[in-house]
Design a protein around this ligand. Structure first.
Ligand SMILES: *Cc1c(COP(=O)(O)O)cnc(C)c1O
Length: 377
């Protein structure tokens, strides 16, 4: 299909393959004895999942959230292990997952039932299922996915009886690993270990375990086990509250940029944008940029939030519109029609824009829309 979106589209996401590889190497160095699952769900946090899998082919496995995401990767030729981190939700999904050689998470009893039913069905047709890796997920405090404490022994016993379960591993997910002072992470590790002891009493020792996300990799080395799972840090976002990505040795992968498409001088007291929410306190020069909430800039990003033009920060003034924003360039006389502007990325951390918008980098990165043209360099 012709890519009409990128025809003279001033609004582009530049994706740095070097930065991607750099961040992966940085994270592997932080957890040198663990295997690395690169989490590329949600279209690789908005960066392009197939491109991510290619750039990050040093990873030991890929993690996704939805069956469709996994199948897209397989169909594009990705041969590494792909883990469905929420498992499957129906028998049809399980069957497709098996056809595409996907590894599964089992986080609830109904999924154990699905695996048993699938196995019975296959055996009734005299087809032995091809064994897969299955990760049993424990709920150690997130209260979202995972078997409750006390359920793992029974579930692992049932799973071990299945020929489709080749290797059985245990995992959990942290709620507060981004807060270095929170006691929650230690409590979750403690619960995980006590559940491990409970399954050991049944004579079962998992072949591997995994707990750490990006924040766990970078600030909780004691939680590194056979596997770690990196998401946001691969993309150059800081996973740790109060730490910049740069100070953690991470580089921004996506630089979202646009151009000035109009310029005007206004008198003091004149308002800018919908709702006339911002008024010039002095005679001002206002630049209009070709990016808005239809490209993924949050509409509630407030006046005063920075945009980078010619290496300098200038404030957004007035409301974000669907296709445009307005910035005050009074102090940057060199700005002309066509001047490039960076919304986030190289020179302007996405974490800072996320903070200004009252959200996290994850949401901004995932929210870049298909109208934006992507360039991989
Ligand atoms: C999304 C996700 C990750 C990655 O988390 P980051 O904070 O982006 O590193 C790891 N594990 C699971 C189960 C996830 O869903």
């Amino acid at each position: 299909m012709a890519d009409f979106q990128s025809l003279s589209n001033p609004t582009r996401a530049l994706i740095s393959l070097d930065a991607w590889r750099h961040n992966l190497a940085r994270l592997k160095a932080a957890a040198p004895t663990s295997k690395m699952m690169a989490v590329i769900k949600a279209n690789a946090y908005g960066h392009g999942a197939v491109r991510a899998a290619r750039a990050l082919d040093d990873a030991d496995a890929f993690g996704v959230a939805r069956l469709g995401e996994a199948i897209e990767l397989r169909e594009s030729g990705v041969a590494q292990p792909i883990v469905l981190m929420e498992g499957v939700f129906s028998g049809e999904e399980l069957s497709l997952a098996m056809d595409h050689q996907l590894d599964l998470v089992v986080h609830a009893e109904y999924q154990v039932d699905l695996l048993e039913q699938y196995e019975l069905l296959r055996l009734s047709k005299n087809i032995a299922p091809v064994p897969r890796v299955v990760w049993v997920k424990l709920d150690t405090g997130m209260s979202r996915l995972g078997l409750q404490l006390g359920q793992a022994a029974e579930a692992t016993k049932r799973l071990r009886a299945l020929s489709l379960v080749g290797e059985l591993r245990l995992m959990t997910h942290f709620a507060c690993a981004d807060e270095p002072d929170s006691p929650m992470t230690r409590e979750q590790v403690h619960r995980f270990e006590s559940e491990l002891r409970a399954v050991a009493l049944q004579g079962f020792e998992p072949s591997a375990t995994g707990l750490a996300n990006s924040a766990g990799i970078l600030s909780w080395p004691s939680t590194h086990r056979e596997w770690v799972r990196a998401g946001i840090a691969l993309y150059g976002g800081s996973p740790i509250a109060g730490c910049t990505a740069e100070s953690l040795g991470l580089k921004p992968v996506m630089t979202l940029s646009t151009e000035v498409i109009a310029l005007r001088s206004i008198e003091s007291g004149v308002s800018v944008g919908y709702g006339a929410t911002w008024r010039a306190g002095r005679a001002s020069r206002i630049a209009t940029l070709a990016v808005g909430y239809a490209d993924g800039i949050p509409r509630h990003l407030p006046s005063g939030s920075p945009v980078l033009i010619a290496g300098r920060r200038v404030p957004i003034v007035g409301r974000v519109s669907m296709d445009m924003i307005t910035v005050d360039v009074t102090d940057l006389p060199e700005v002309t029609i066509g001047s490039p502007a960076v919304m986030w990325g190289e020179g302007l951390p996405v974490d800072e824009i996320a903070a200004a918008a009252g959200t996290i980098s994850y949401e901004l990165l995932c929210g870049v829309t298909r109208r934006v043209a992507f360039d991989y360099v």
